[in-house]
Design a protein around this ligand. Structure first.
Ligand SMILES: *Cc1c(COP(=O)(O)O)cnc(C)c1O
Length: 375
């Protein structure tokens, strides 16, 4: 398939590796940092990112679906691969075949895994998911004892870790965090789980809560160069800065000068108030440039900011380049990243469309051709 596009996402491999090393340095050499590479590594490319982290010393990876784990193995990724979202009937054998570790949140999955283990003559390690306040997957504290007992009775499953997830790690002052740590501690104490591998910290947990630095921590967003609270990371002044790994760029399609009083794009939600030079760009919501950025998004051209005029279309949008000299068809446009002295971050874009950097990265990364930069 011919796949040239003017729109290119560039992933800086050394930035991924830098971020891994920064987070690992917070935890120290004894602790394991598990790289969350679900969602195609937040749009950065699952296999390429896992390999980049592996080169930097990472040997534990997390994915949502079992098929992602299989893909990592088929691409030659070694180490531990944890599958966080269970499996469907008929898929359980893949854990054995590809040496993947399930995170278990359903009792019936334990029976299924044990039956498969018996068939294959192999004991499978699993980590137990507990809900300490996230209100998402996992057993409630009161149900853990029963599950642990069940696991003990099943000869082909072995409980080797206990996992939970923080709902409010990016708001360090919130009491929900201490509640979660206390609940997690109680679950571990009451069920004699202190000697299994514990993990509760996500990126925010690694950055904000030393008390959450268990044997394992799991990081996603910060490995890709962003602070979970959407800040610039100034509060972590003693740490080297995280480096955003993704940039997204395109090229101008057409430049036109409109007289005053002309409507731009669907619905004419923008009208020129004076003679206005407009650059038409080949990016739209199909490319992850959200329609929510209509009349407020910005891009960089010749090192200056140009604002979106009117609604963003499926494949196109228009920006005002009246204040930028001599813009021409083919000129480079930075949608995410730096040009000259100006920078547009995923947090800036996210704030304008009422979301978070995570979603912006997924949308750009998953909807565009990617290239990898290695220094
Ligand atoms: C996505 C995810 C993480 C990583 O979260 P970040 O905020 O991106 O660091 C950790 N644990 C679980 C269970 C997740 O789903």
């Amino acid at each position: 398939m011919y796949s040239y596009s003017r729109n290119i996402v560039t992933v800086d491999v050394s930035a991924l590796q830098h971020n891994y090393k920064v987070l690992k340095s917070i935890l120290g050499p004894e602790k394991v940092l598990l790289a969350m590479v679900k969602a195609d590594a937040y749009g950065h490319g699952m296999v390429e990112s896992a390999k980049a982290f592996a080169e930097a010393g990472c040997s534990s990876f997390g994915v949502a679906e079992i098929g992602e784990g299989v893909e990592l193995r088929q691409a030659g990724v070694k180490g531990d691969i944890f599958v966080f979202m269970g499996f469907q009937s008929g898929e359980g054998g893949l854990f054995f075949e590809y040496d993947l570790t399930p995170i278990v949140f359903l009792k019936e999955d334990l029976y299924a895994l044990s039956r498969l283990g018996q068939e294959k003559g192999k004991v499978i390690d699993f980590h137990l998911k507990v809900d300490t306040g996230m209100g998402r997957l996992g057993f409630f504290a009161d149900d853990v004892e029963g599950v642990v007992d069940t696991a003990k009775e099943l000869p082909f499953v072995k409980l080797s870790g206990v996992v939970s997830h923080l709902a409010c790690g990016d708001e360090p002052g919130t009491s929900a965090n201490n509640d979660a740590f206390a609940t997690f501690q109680n679950i571990c104490d009451n069920n004699d789980l202190e000697n299994t591998i514990l993990h509760i910290a996500n990126s925010a947990g690694v950055l904000n809560f030393p008390q959450a630095h268990n044997a394992f921590s799991r990081a996603g967003i910060s490995l890709y160069g962003y602070y979970p609270d959407g800040s610039s990371g100034k509060q972590y002044e003693s740490l080297p800065k995280l480096e955003p790994a993704m940039t997204f760029g395109t090229r101008v399609l057409q430049v036109k000068t409109f007289p005053a009083g002309k409507g731009i794009s669907y619905g004419h939600t923008y009208t020129t108030d004076k003679e206005t030079v407009i650059a038409v760009l080949p990016i739209g919501y199909e490319d992850g440039f959200s329609r929510g950025l209509s009349n407020c998004g910005e891009v960089l051209l010749h090192g200056k900011r140009a604002r979106v005029c009117g609604r963003i279309c499926m494949n196109l949008c228009m920006v005002d380049v009246s204040g930028i000299e001599n813009v021409q068809s083919g000129d480079e446009v930075v949608v995410l990243g730096q040009q000259g002295d100006e920078v547009i971050t995923a947090d800036e874009i996210a704030a304008k469309c009422n979301t978070i950097s995570y979603e912006v990265l997924c949308m750009f990364g998953s909807n565009n051709k990617r290239q990898y930069l290695k220094k």
